[in-house]
Design a protein around this ligand. Structure first.
Ligand code: ADP
Ligand code: MG
Length: 246
């Protein structure tokens, strides 16, 4: 049985077909990259998988169960976590308190994997993701954190939730090459520890280094699918990305 199987997923907004009968599979323990020009339906696909939108038709089979149309909180509880293209922290809370919230979630309670005091756990997770433990940074309100830290905080949130399938929507956008170079190994480590990852990404060079498979969307349709090496050679992909260096 496939781990995650998307079948003929379709979503329209008025006259716009945002996602047009898209199908693909994600194997457990692998990293799938979703790429495509702006407006090609990437974020809508993420929203359909994670319960932020209901599809007009089609299926999202997670370990054999159709989860399409379930509430987002239910899907989070089943083990699918996502980050947002536009970061959404609790701005007024200190960075580490942003993780205390998921640490008290029903999923974490049920999984029983985190022991100990929640504040300490939150600080441990932040340290693993690059927040300097002995600095003031973990204690600062999220509202004043630099963009790079907010992106890490988003990552830390799905780690705190013990999500088994993690969907990153443009995690690398706005990050420096050095920041991406420090985050990519963390993503590879997540894969090594058994997580499955979907990355919607515009930073193709960086994505292609760590992805096992790529799905290319253009105007809501899947126009190509294959290994990063295969995708780089596809004329249709070059056309969709005209002007974008592969
Ligand atoms: N909530 C919405 N209401 C109306 N149109 C939307 C909405 N969300 C997305 N769209 C439209 O759907 C298409 C796909 O958008 P999106 O999935 O955000 O693309 P991408 O993430 O690839 O840039 C675009 O034409 C966009 O304008
Ligand atoms: Mg998007």
């Amino acid at each position: 049985m496939e781990y995650l199987k998307i079948e003929n997923l379709r979503k329209t907004f008025g006259g716009v077909v945002a996602v047009d009968n898209v199908s693909f599979d994600v194997e457990q323990g692998t990293l799938l990259g979703i790429i495509g020009p702006n407006g090609s339906g990437k974020t809508t696909t993420v929203n359909l998988i994670t319960g932020f939108l209901k599809p007009d038709s089609g299926k999202v089979l997670f370990k054999g169960r159709d989860i399409a149309g379930l509430r987002a909180s239910k899907i989070t509880n089943l083990g699918i976590g996502r980050t947002f293209q536009m970061v959404k922290p609790f701005y007024r809370l200190p960075a580490f308190k942003n993780l205390v919230v998921p640490l008290f979630s029903p999923r974490v309670k049920r999984m029983g994997g985190h022991y100990g005091e929640k504040d300490t756990l939150a600080l441990d997770i932040l340290e693993d993701i690059g927040f300097e433990r002995d600095s003031a940074v973990p204690y600062k309100p999220a509202s004043i954190l630099p963009h790079g830290y907010l992106k890490r905080l988003e990552m830390a949130r799905v780690i705190a939730l013990q999500s088994e399938l993690i969907v990153f929507d443009e995690l690398y956008s706005g990050l420096t090459l050095a920041e991406v170079a420090s985050i990519s190994p963390m993503i590879e480590k997540l894969i090594e520890t058994g997580k499955t990852i979907i990355m919607v990404e515009h930073r193709l060079k960086e994505l292609f280094k760590i992805a096992h498979k790529i799905v290319v969307l253009d105007q809501g349709k899947k126009i190509a699918e294959g290994s990063p090496r295969e995708i780089m050679k596809q004329p249709s992909v070059k056309k969709a990305y005209l002007g974008v260096e592969l």
